[in-house]
Ligand binder design. Structure first.
Ligand SMILES: CC(C)(COP(=O)(O)OP(=O)(O)OC[C@H]1O[C@@H](n2cnc3c(N)ncnc32)[C@H](O)[C@@H]1OP(=O)(O)O)[C@@H](O)C(=O)NCCC(=O)NCCS
Length: 229
């Protein structure tokens, strides 16, 4: 169990008791906040990303996710959700929106984001590239806007690396959607394995460029970073 306190913020392993607060943070600080939703037709409401909620329980059960909470108010202010991927035991959770065309049609906006994530995973192919069978794969990194730019995101990623060391996991992977998280991974010594400009990205299912109309913000490029321990 990871547990550490710094500057009034506690960093610890996410457990089942944190499920509701983490789900709310994901909706408020990740899905409804991401500028990637604008060209898709507007913010992603919780009902549009509801396939994530059952997956969240699975992600938490891997016990390699870390959250940050305010020591005074106990409010969760940031989270890095990760899964443990193990090629030997074929344990690599896949998204239901990739497995079911019916679900993908029911949740078209979310499906675009999941397709993008799959594109990044395939292009980077980190486990093969580093010739390892196990890795800690970061799925979401989010910090509440009220607590942004205070080093919490950086500390969450750094804590993940330290947890991986303790658990003898040889590779930590992170997907990054904006320049601030790019800075975090670079400053911690991660290698950038693959990157694509959102405007250039093509969805292989229909050949569309779903983010071609994305406005200029800190979200211009998606990248996959990896740290070999
Ligand atoms: C990306 C995110 C997790 C960063 O978390 P954070 O706690 O603000 O990050 P940090 O405070 O550790 O800052 C990381 C770097 O970004 C910079 N930064 C962060 N927010 C900034 C802001 N609003 N303005 C300017 N710089 C900013 C920091 O100065 C720091 O740069 P440095 O290393 O050169 O000093 C957070 O902004 C977020 O949750 N965004 C929405 C969700 C998202 O896009 N997640 C990433 C996709 S996976």
């Amino acid at each position: 169990m990871f547990f550490e306190k710094k500057d009034g913020i506690v960093y610890k392993t996410v457990t089942g008791n944190d499920y509701c607060q983490v789900a709310r943070l994901l909706c408020d600080s990740f899905y409804s906040a991401t500028p990637l939703s604008w060209p898709l037709g507007g913010p992603l409401a919780p009902a549009e990303v509801e396939t994530v909620f059952p997956q969240l329980s699975v992600i938490i059960s891997h016990r390699v996710s870390i959250l940050a909470f305010d020591a005074d108010t106990k409010e969760i202010v940031g989270v890095r959700l990760s899964v443990l991927s193990d090629r030997e035991s074929r344990c690599s959770p896949s998204d239901p929106l990739l497995d079911s065309a019916e679900l993908a049609a029911r949740y078209p906006k979310h499906s675009r984001l999941v397709q993008l994530e799959q594109h990044l995973d395939i292009q980077a192919d980190c486990l093969a590239r580093y010739r390892v069978s196990r890795a800690m794969i970061g799925r979401f990194l989010a910090v509440k806007e009220s607590h942004a730019n205070r080093g919490i995101g950086g500390r969450l990623v750094e804590s993940s690396v330290r947890l991986a060391k303790v658990l003898r996991i040889p590779l930590v992977i992170g997907t990054s959607h904006n320049v601030y998280s790019h800075r975090i991974y670079r400053s911690l010594g991660f290698d950038c394995i693959y990157s694509v400009q959102f405007r250039d990205y093509t969805d292989k299912l229909d050949g569309e460029k779903p983010f071609v109309a994305l406005e200029d913000t800190e979200h211009s490029e998606a990248a996959v970073f990896a740290y070999r321990l």
